[in-house]
Design a protein around this ligand. Structure first.
Ligand SMILES: [Ca+2]
Ligand SMILES: [Ca+2]
Length: 156
């Protein structure tokens, strides 16, 4: 009996947590000229910069380069990406065979173009346009690219 009650409490808790997430997504407000996609805010740049300058530009806006955590997030972004853009992933300076997101996390989801990543001197990650399935490529950080910033929305 006790076990069953615990199980129900768990189901209830899970349900309410999911409901809370849905509401957070619905009532998130993004700054002007930012796009709200499933509870996160994105800014698609109109200027091309090298990776470090792009990261600084996002920082100046109180955000950082986009961190893509899941296929769901990638799919939400897809329709908006009409040219190659920088994303917030770079090679780990301590071990160049590994990658890091700008928030310090290790990628769990990746979406590399076939044959990529292919060069240890290509230390930053870009995302091809939707025409190329928004797949990723390692690229020298000095290249000029459009970029995508991401920030959490402000609760309404
Ligand atoms: Ca994200
Ligand atoms: Ca490459």
């Amino acid at each position: 009996m006790d076990k069953e009650r615990k199980r129900l409490a768990f189901v209830e808790e899970t349900f309410f947590l999911q409901l809370l997430t849905v509401f957070q997504h619905l009532f998130i407000v993004c700054p002007n000229s930012w796009v709200n996609l499933q509870g996160s805010c994105y800014k698609f740049s109109s200027n091309a910069l090298n990776w470090n300058a792009a990261k600084s530009a996002c920082k100046a806006l109180g955000s950082d380069l986009v961190v893509i955590n899941s296929q769901t997030e990638l799919q939400a972004l897809t329709s908006k990406v009409s040219q190659t853009v920088w994303i917030g992933m770079h090679r780990d300076r301590k071990d160049k065979s590994r990658w890091l997101w700008v928030d310090g996390s290790r990628p769990t989801y990746t979406h590399w173009y076939p044959g990529e990543p292919n060069g240890l001197h290509e230390e930053c990650a870009e995302m091809y346009s939707k025409v190329h399935g928004c797949q990723w490529n390692d690229q020298p950080c000095s290249s000029a690219r459009l970029y995508v910033c991401e920030t959490r929305g402000i609760p309404n």
